[in-house]
Design a protein around this ligand. Structure first.
Ligand code: MN
Length: 360
C-alpha cells in the first residue's frame, strides 16, 4: 500500500469506518504530527465524513498554523476546556462511536462525563499503529538520513574514545558530530556506559573516567525531520581481553543471524528466538535480559516488538532494531544494535559501522 502524505487522514477515515467508528480523537502529539505534519498540537478530531480540526494552545498556535496540513486549526483559549470543544464536534457530526488513540485518565473522565452517553468512547490505538508502522517513501528517506547521521556519530565514538576520558566527554564529541551532520535533536539521552556500568542495558552517561581495557557501551540516536535512528556499538579503550572478545563474538553472531532472519512475513518472535539461541548455546542465556528489538520511526520505541512474547508479524517497510546483548554484573556488558529496514525478501541495515571492539 502506498500512502502519500496528503492521504494519510483519508486512508485512516476508511480504516476506522470499517470498525464501526464514525469519529476519531487523536491526542498523541506524534500521531497528530503523522496526520497533519504539525508539532505541538494537543488534539486532532477526525470525523468519518467532513473536515478535521486540530486544537492547540496559544504557545504553539502560530507554529501549528504554519505547519498543519489537511485540517482546520482552532485555538484553545486560556481557561477553556478542550473536551468541551470536542463534545461540540461530536454533536455536530452526530457521532455515535468515538475512537481514540490514548488519553490521559483525566481527559477520558472529563470527556465521558461531558458526552453524557451521546457517544461511546472506544480505545483503538492499534489502528493508528497499523498505519504508522508501514513507512512510506518519504519516511524511509528521512529515516535513512537519520541513520546516516547516527552512523557518523558512531564513527566519531571510535575515533575519540580513549582511556582517561570521562563518559560525558565521549558523549559530547558524538553529539557534536551528529549535530554538525544535521541532527535536529537526540532520539534519547546518549548512552556512554563504561566498565561495570556497561552491564546496565540503559546505562546513560556520567562523569566516570574510562579506564584502559574497559568495555564501553555506546548507544546513540540522531533525529532528522522528526524521524529517528538507534544504534549501539561496544568499544574497548585499549586492547580487549580474551573473555571480552569471546563474549563480543557471541553477540556479533547473534546480531548477524537475527538480522538474516528479518524479512516480511516473519514472526517477530522468530527473530528474537534466533538471537537468543546463539547466546543460550554459548552459555550466556541468563545475561540477555531484554528483547531483540523494536520498531522505530517518529518515536524511538514503536511497534512491532521483537521479543519472545511478541505476536507481531514483520511487514515490508517496517523499520526495526536488532540489538542482542549480554550483561554480566561486575564484569560489564556488550550490545550491538542496528536500525534495519524490513523488505519482502530480507532486510537492509540503515545504520552502518564497524563490528569490532576497537578501531584497527
Ligand atoms: Mn534500541
Amino acid at each position: 500500500m502506498v500512502k502519500a502524505l496528503k492521504n494519510r487522514i483519508d486512508i485512516f477515515k476508511e480504516i476506522f469506518s470499517k470498525e464501526g467508528i464514525d469519529g476519531f480523537l487523536i491526542a498523541s502529539e506524534r500521531n497528530i504530527f503523522y496526520f497533519t505534519e504539525a508539532s505541538g498540537a494537543n488534539f486532532l478530531f477526525i470525523p468519518a465524513k467532513g473536515d478535521c480540526k486540530v486544537y492547540v494552545y496559544g504557545v504553539n498556535y502560530d507554529a501549528v498554523k504554519v505547519e498543519a496540513k489537511n485540517c482546520q486549526i482552532e485555538l484553545i483559549e486560556r481557561g477553556e476546556k478542550p473536551e468541551k470543544k470536542i463534545v461540540q464536534q461530536v454533536e455536530k457530526h452526530k457521532i455515535k462511536v468515538l475512537g481514540f488513540d490514548s488519553l490521559l485518565a483525566q481527559t477520558f473522565i472529563t470527556l465521558k462525563r461531558a458526552l453524557r452517553g451521546k457517544a461511546k468512547l472506544k480505545p483503538k490505538n492499534e489502528l493508528v499503529w497499523n498505519l504508522r508502522k508501514i513507512k512510506d517513501d518519504k519516511e524511509l528517506s528521512l529515516m535513512r538520513k537519520a541513520a546516516e547521521i547516527t552512523s557518523e556519530g558512531m564513527k566519531t565514538a571510535y575515533e575519540v574514545l580513549k582511556a582517561g576520558m570521562r563518559e560525558y566527554e565521549v558523549a559530547a564529541e558524538i553529539e557534536y558530530a551528529m549535530r554538525k551532520a544535521g541532527s535536529w535533536s537526540l532520539a534519547f539521552d546518549t548512552i556512554v556506559a563504561s566498565g561495570p556500568r556497561s552491564a546496565y542495558p540503559h546505562g546513560w552517561c556520567t562523569d566516570r573516567k574510562i579506564r584502559k581495557g574497559e568495555l564501553v557501551v555506546v548507544d546513540i540516536g540522531a533525529v532528522y525531520q522528526n524521524y529517528r535512528a538507534d544504534m549501539t556499538r561496544t568499544l574497548v579503550a585499549g586492547k580487549p581481553t580474551e573473555k571480552q572478545l569471546k563474549i563480543f563474538n557471541v553477540v556479533r553472531e547473534a546480531q548477524e543471524k537475527a538480522f538474516r532472519k528479518v524479512r516480511a512475513g516473519r514472526k517477530a518472535r522468530t527473530v528474537d528466538r534466533v538471537a537468543r539461541k546463539v547466546i543460550e548455546d554459548a552459555g550466556f542465556g541468563e545475561y540477555f535480559v531484554h528483547g531483540t528489538g523494536h520498531g522505530i520511526g517518529l518515536e524511538t520505541h514503536e511497534p512491532p516488538t521483537l521479543n519472545s512474547q511478541s505476536k507481531d508479524k514483520l511487514e515490508a517497510r517496517n523499520v526495526v532494531t536488532v540489538e542482542p546483548g549480554i550483561y554480566i554484573t561486575g564484569f560489564g556488558g556488550i550490545r550491538i544494535e542496528d536500525t534495519v529496514l524490513v523488505m519482502e525478501k530480507g532486510a537492509e541495515r540503515l545504520t552502518k559501522g564497524p563490528y569490532t571492539l576497537t578501531l584497527g
